[in-house]
Design a binder for this molecule. Structure first.
Ligand SMILES: NC(=O)c1ccc[n+]([C@@H]2O[C@H](COP(=O)([O-])OP(=O)(O)OC[C@H]3O[C@@H](n4cnc5c(N)ncnc54)[C@H](OP(=O)(O)O)[C@@H]3O)[C@@H](O)[C@H]2O)c1
Length: 325
């Protein structure tokens, strides 16, 4: 597995997102035991970068990751996120990046993850009620105290990124980016490159859609988060299947899977980009990690650059409304 530097932090070229180990995407049975085996297999394959968040579960995902990395902490670049649980009483799902909340959140994450330090601590969503300077000021204190090593932002817009970076260096921005979500190319990637900040694309497989494994909306159970995602609904779903056909055609040419092609395309976008595909299955972590070895030709990249655009927004209205632009 190759390694790259994102804003000064060394990570494996391909990481592992742990979110789907705690629900959200419910096709086929998973289990904590298989999730833990998946994390162990990832580490064996040279994946170092593991991504979780306080809100996943909530809390349970960090506990699971903590159990999996016990005794292996030095092999892991551990990333987690705060700011979607308010510890002042409002609880999970409430945006709060006030300095007081950051302090409570970090202690909980450290405990659940069973670690003395977090490598990369992200604000999960920008908090319109707390100036970013105050949040980053609190994070800078945590860096000085050795509780976190690096600071990240997720779904932050250009203005917020500049203001945050002026207070303390931001190491990485985590935002959705994939073959069917190309918005970061317009403003974010040029800005990150200007400032020397790395980029971590989340949902690099389009929440699983780009792998070709989801063939009809009926495959998604009622409690599957994707049921509320416009790209997975009705007419949009059927139209978006055409994108998968185009990815499959390239995959057949290079003797790879569509998931590997989706990841290889992201890797080709720059050596400051470290995707974190999510899975709770050993076979898939093997498949996804192997994309590190796949080189697409200029012509294939060009073809993928010109895929049919996705039908539907990347999130529902509620989730789009909390994205900083
Ligand atoms: N910062 C944020 O706001 C934010 C938002 C969303 C996600 N994230 C992070 O990004 C990570 C990845 O994003 P994501 O999980 O939303 O989406 P993703 O990586 O695009 O796709 C994950 C989905 O694809 C399936 N899958 C994975 N590999 C596959 C393969 N080779 N073939 C077929 N299906 C495959 C998984 O199923 P199984 O799990 O059943 O294998 C899961 O349902 C998350 O785990 C989380 O850490 C961050």
């Amino acid at each position: 597995m190759k390694h790259i530097s994102i804003g000064g932090l060394d990570v494996s070229r391909i990481g592992l997102g742990a979110m789907s180990m705690s629900g959200y995407y419910n096709i086929g049975a998973g289990s904590d035991a298989e999730s833990i085996r998946t994390i162990h297999r990832a580490l064996e394959l040279g994946v170092t970068h593991i991504d979780t968040a306080e809100i996943y579960g909530p809390f349970g995902n960090e506990e699971l990751v903590g159990r999996a990395i016990k005794g292996r902490r030095d092999q892991v670049v551990l990333a987690t996120k705060f700011g979607l649980v308010s510890h002042a009483g409002a609880g999970p799902g409430v945006i709060d990046s006030s300095p007081a909340n950051v302090r409570v959140a970090v202690e909980g994450s450290l405990k659940r993850l069973g670690t003395e330090y977090i490598d990369l601590f992200y604000q999960h969503r920008v908090d319109p009620k707390t100036p970013i300077e105050d949040t980053v000021g609190a994070l800078a204190e945590l860096v000085a105290e050795g509780k976190i090593r690096y600071i990240g932002l997720s779904e932050a817009g250009p203005d917020t990124i500049r203001r945050a970076h002026a207070i303390h260096p931001v190491t990485a921005l985590q935002t959705e980016y994939s073959l069917w979500s190309r918005d970061p190319e317009v403003k974010l990637l040029p800005l990150l490159r200007e400032l020397g900040i790395g980029f971590v694309p989340y949902s690099p497989l389009g929440h699983g859609f780009l792998t070709g494994e989801i063939k009809s909306p009926e495959q998604l159970s009622d409690d599957d988060w994707r049921k509320t995602n416009p790209r997975f609904s009705g007419e949009n779903f059927l139209r978006n299947l055409r994108i998968v056909d185009e990815v499959k055609a390239v995959a057949a040419e290079v003797n790879a899977t569509p998931a590997q092609v989706a990841l290889a395309w992201l890797l080709a976008q720059g050596d400051d980009i470290a995707p974190i595909p999510g899975t709770k299955r050993v076979a898939r972590v093997e498949e996804n990690s192997a994309a590190d070895q796949l080189e697409l030709s200029v012509k294939q990249i060009e073809r993928l650059n010109n895929l049919t655009p996705a039908a539907g927004e990347r999130h529902d209205e509620g989730n789009m409304s909390v994205i900083d632009r």
